[in-house]
Structure formats: C-alpha cells, structure tokens
Design a protein around this ligand. Structure first.
Ligand SMILES: [Zn+2]
Length: 395
C-alpha cells in the first residue's frame, strides 16, 4: 500500500522514497507525493531518480508511476513539477470556492468538475446562469479570496460527518477540505492553505450541456494569462478597425451593417447590368429565317448561374432563344421567350436524352449536365437546330 504524502502536505515538492517494485517503466514507491489523476484533478509531472514521470495512476491501494525509462529498485530522490502542481491547487481550491458560492447564492449544485489544460469547468444542476448570476458569483468568490480565509484538511468518520456540501458515498474515514465559514467537502485533492493563494477568479463561458449548465472558470495565473490573451485579441480587432478598445464592438457592428448594405446594392447593380446586357445582346442579334433571335454564350469555367440573369433578360423580349454552355463541368442552359414556341424544359430533356446527359426545368428556363465536350457540342446544336447564330465566346 502506497503512503500518500500529498494527503498531509500538498506543498511537499521534494521527497525521498524507496522504489519497492519496478516492472519495466511502471514504478511503485513505498510513499509518494505524486498526485494520481482522480476527482477531476490531473496527475503530477516531475522526476523519480532523475527520470521523467509520464503518468500517475491511482490503483486503489497503490499508486503506479509511469516513467520515461526503467529504474532500479532501491532508494530514490523524487521531485514534483511545482509550477504544474500549484496551478492545479489554485484551480481545484477555486472550484470548491466557486461551487460553494453558486450553492450559497443561487442554490445551484455542482454535479461534476473538470480541470483542463487551458481552462476548467463545473457542471451545475438545472437552473439558469445568466450574466447577472455570473457577475454576482464572481464578485462574491473574489471577495472571499481577498478575505484570505483558511483552507483546512481534517479527517472525520463518514458515519458521523455533518455539513458536507455534497454527501459522500465513501465509508470509514473521510478527508474533509474546508473553506472557513463557507464550505466542507469530502475530497482527496491537493489544495492551497488559504483562499488568497487561489488568486483572481475569472468566470467565463456558460453553455447548456444536456440537463446541466457548464461554467468555464480560471484561477490565479491562468486568469491573468487569459485576461491578457483576451486583451491582445480585442486589441487586434480594435486596431483593424482603427477604434478605441471599448468602442470596438460598436464599430464592428456598424461596419457589418455597412457591408450588408453594400452587398445588397452590389446584387441590385448586377441585376441592373444583366438587364442592360440582355437588351443590348437582343438588339445586336439578328432574327433567323423563322423570326427567332438565338444567342449563345460559351463559358469555360465558373457557373451557369452567373448567366441566368442575362438569359432571363434576353428572353424577356419577343421571339428569343438563349443557350449558355459551360466547358467544365460540361453543362448547358436553355432559356426561351413565351412567344418563341419552344418549351425550354422539353427541348432540353429531348436534347440531353440524345446527347447522353441529364437535367430539366420549366418551359422558360432549363439546365442540365453532360458527360464530356463532345456531348456538350451535340447537345448545343440540338438545342439550336439552325446555324445562323450570334456567338459570343467568353473565357
Ligand atoms: Zn475537490
């Protein structure tokens, strides 16, 4: 059974121990200050006999240390990565504090906790966490940090324990982590000795996850780094819009509104232009012996959709047939005026049936695709039937 030194002293970052069992790179010590992943808190890093620790696993009675390389049994010097451990202590004690205040102010119970690499989250049962709730909890939490209340660890019997924020399912002796005059929780984690060491607490994103509300939080060093990163991001936005930091949201909103207006105008101008081009093309297209004006537009790339407005405007006039082709992917479009006597949908279907393609549309406008260039030529000539055409090659 491994003696857990971190239970009694979470500030112990260097210790001597005996490697009692070495199975490859998995090492068991007689006693350890390495915290194994449990209760939402990740494992510690550091070194044992100068070899880096990769993982620490709680196996119940014993704690397994996974090393980068094997070591020999016997006495070993161990050291914990203190920066990582202290960060975990700030986040974990911060979590107890935040959970206690959510419960104290709004009766919102914490159902789970996750300590992540960047930020951490708690999941609250039910309820609504809006901006007002978040600000109230954040203020109260930071006020208790400033009061620098003691955080103490005691051991009590499960049968007679009282006043726990969350009932424990464990039996026998419980490890109780208490924040003075606020919270008592059964917990095996490593904690700071007073709330002042948690440092600034920042509550951030709130999202609904199934039946719970997930609240993101950062404590101490993480809160400061995150606040700075947020400042950098907002500064870049403000710089792009040549605005003061506080004005950035309003300036961005105004610019987006202006962009939407410009987009609307551009679409209108495109339609106006297509109307002019349609009329101009119609005037420059001589009628065939049958009185129909036929125009062909050939595009090599892009989309036939870009030619639809032109087709519509050309065939909005009397006795008009408009064919557009696209080389890649090979496709055709046929538009006809109401008085042309040509049903675009039927004509296209018939042409594609012969040329080996597929498509369809209405009596005035139809579109389809063919397998290759030869089929495209065949379909085009079938759609036009006669040869006296004005051709406008587009590339
Ligand atoms: Zn805990």
């Amino acid at each position: 059974m491994t003696e857990r030194l971190y239970y009694h002293d979470s500030y112990l970052d260097r210790f001597d121990a005996h490697a009692v069992e070495c199975a490859g790179t998995t090492i068991y010590l007689d006693r350890t200050a390495f915290y194994p992943t449990s209760g939402g808190q990740p494992f510690d890093l550091g070194s044992i006999a100068g070899v880096s620790v990769r993982d620490v696993i709680d196996e119940g009675d014993r704690i397994a240390h996974l090393l980068e390389a094997p070591i020999a049994p016997g006495p070993v010097e161990c050291s914990i990565d203190w920066t990582r451990r202290f960060d975990h202590m700030q986040q974990h004690t911060g979590q107890h504090l935040i959970s206690a205040v959510f419960e104290e102010l709004f009766h919102l119970r914490t159902v789970s906790f996750h300590l992540g690499a960047e930020s951490s989250t708690i999941d609250l049962e039910g309820g609504v966490v809006d901006a007002r709730v978040l600000v109230a909890v954040e203020e109260r939490v930071n006020a208790i940090v400033w009061e620098n209340r003691p955080v103490a660890v005691t051991y009590e019997e499960a049968a007679s324990v009282q006043g726990l924020r969350k009932a424990s399912e464990r039996e026998g002796t419980l490890r109780i982590v208490a924040i003075d005059r606020l919270d008592r929780s059964a917990c095996g984690g490593t904690h700071v000795r007073s709330t002042g060491e948690i440092g600034a607490v920042l509550l951030r994103k709130v999202e609904k996850v199934r039946q719970t509300v997930r609240v993101e939080f950062l404590c101490g060093g993480r809160a400061v780094r995150r606040a700075h990163a947020d400042y950098d991001a907002l500064s870049r936005v403000a710089q792009l819009f040549s605005s003061a930091l506080n004005d950035a949201p309003a300036v961005v909103a105004a610019q987006m509104e202006a962009a939407r207006g410009a987009d609307k105008l551009r679409r209108k101008l495109e339609l106006d232009l297509a109307a002019y081009q349609g009329r101009e093309l119609y005037q420059n297209t001589a009628p065939g012996p049958d009185g129909l004006r036929r125009a062909v537009r050939r595009a090599t790339s892009g989309s036939l959709d870009e030619l639809r407005a032109l087709a519509q405007n050309f065939t909005a006039q009397s006795q008009a047939v408009f064919v557009a082709t696209l080389a890649a992917p090979p496709s055709v479009l046929l538009a006809t005026s109401a008085d042309s006597g040509v049903d675009a949908g039927q004509r296209l279907k018939a042409a594609l049936a012969e040329a080996g393609g597929r498509g369809g549309g209405t009596a005035r406008m139809a579109q389809g695709s063919v397998p290759d260039a030869a089929a495209l030529e065949r379909a085009t000539s079938l759609l036009l039937r006669t040869r006296d055409l004005v051709e406008d090659d587009l590339s």
